[in-house]
Write a protein that binds this ligand. Structure first.
Ligand SMILES: [Fe+2]
Length: 337
């Protein structure tokens, strides 16, 4: 028989049920430890380790997809071991709040660290990092003077030249939900139809960037940090960033963030961890992944400041959540897969 790590049955159930990765969660919460369920994968292990070193408080975490972790917290109810739930996408955060997953947190530290537009009006969730979904292009085949808006990528001149992310990605769904909120469904449908006519669809943003670099597409829409990461690895990569919609409502903003779970065993500990992630832990949280900090007192990475200032869209997390089903239906109608 092969040697194996001993786990309690409960942990085995946790691991087996949802294909979760990096499960370090134990069944019983010791008094001072903090248990985190996270659908955001970037850099959290390192941040939690630092927090543990600085405070002596143990952070245990469970990674999984957004939907499965939310379902799990709801199913576990009062028996949940989760103190904090962290996820990506404003729509997911707003949906989690509507489902009653979070409790309101009264924290002067969080109120000061996180600008009002980047937290729930009822203080149930707080953005911890910001990402911008914008246009990228191949500078040897496209001049930035040809670029302007997401809408303009629907024009016939981009036929066969546009790369897009899959419809199943929350990134795509929230971009489309934001467009529906801003300009209505008919106009959004007209634009997305143009994208579908022009574009090819890829399952991740890194693949999209590589296809722009290699000449398979000339323009694309991606989250800024994927390009920043690729440029960090290869500063000569022939792909440039363009801030979309600068004279048309601003570039599309999304966030990752979290809140204290309503049935937390250790809500005070959960709140302290969130406060740290929004202040002293900001650089560590956003650093390697190259997201923008949400705390205005924390400077973004120089790779990002090199792209200059930008006008951003007013984020409306509730609209992203409420219009998600409409966005998914619209994408489905147009054969955007
Ligand atoms: Fe991502």
């Amino acid at each position: 028989m092969k040697p194996h790590r001993r786990r309690t049955p409960r942990v085995l159930a946790l691991v087996a049920a949802a294909g979760l990765i990096a499960p370090t969660l134990t069944a019983c919460s010791s008094g001072s430890s903090i248990q985190v369920y996270s659908a955001r994968h970037y850099d959290l292990e390192q941040a939690f380790e630092t927090y543990q070193e600085e405070t002596g408080i143990e952070v245990e975490f469970l990674f999984g997809s957004d939907a499965e972790l939310r379902e799990r917290i709801l199913a576990e109810g009062e028996n949940t071991v989760a103190d904090v739930y962290i996820t990506v996408d404003a729509g997911n955060l707003a949906a989690a709040a509507e489902e009653g997953i979070f409790k309101s947190v009264d924290s002067a530290t969080l109120d000061e660290a996180v600008p009002p537009e980047l937290r729930d009006p009822e203080d149930r969730w707080f953005a911890l990092a910001k990402r911008l979904r914008t246009i990228i292009y191949a500078p040897d085949r496209v001049s930035p003077s040809e670029l302007s808006t997401y809408e303009a990528l629907a024009e016939p001149k981009w036929k066969g030249r546009l790369c897009l992310r899959t419809a199943t990605a929350s990134y795509t769904q929230s971009l489309v939900a934001a467009m529906i909120a801003e300009r209505g469904e008919a106009d959004t449908e007209r634009i997305v139809r143009g994208w579908v006519d022009n574009g090819r669809i890829f399952s991740n943003d890194v693949e999209i960037i590589k296809n722009v670099a290699s000449g398979n597409c000339d323009v694309a829409i991606v989250n800024h940090y994927y390009l920043a990461r690729e440029l960090r690895d290869d500063p000569n990569l022939p792909v440039e960033l363009f801030w979309a919609d600068q004279n048309a409502g601003g570039v599309h903003v999304n966030i990752s963030g979290g809140g204290v779970v309503a049935n937390a065993n250790n809500p005070e500990g959960g709140q302290k961890l969130l406060e740290w992630l929004a202040t002293d832990g900001q650089s560590e949280l956003v650093g390697d992944n190259l997201e923008y900090p949400t705390n205005p007192k924390v400077a973004p990475d120089p790779l990002l400041t090199a792209w200059g200032d930008y006008q951003e869209q007013q984020i409306d997390a509730k609209a992203y959540a409420d219009l998600n089903a409409d966005a998914v239906a619209l994408l489905g109608r147009l054969g955007y897969e």
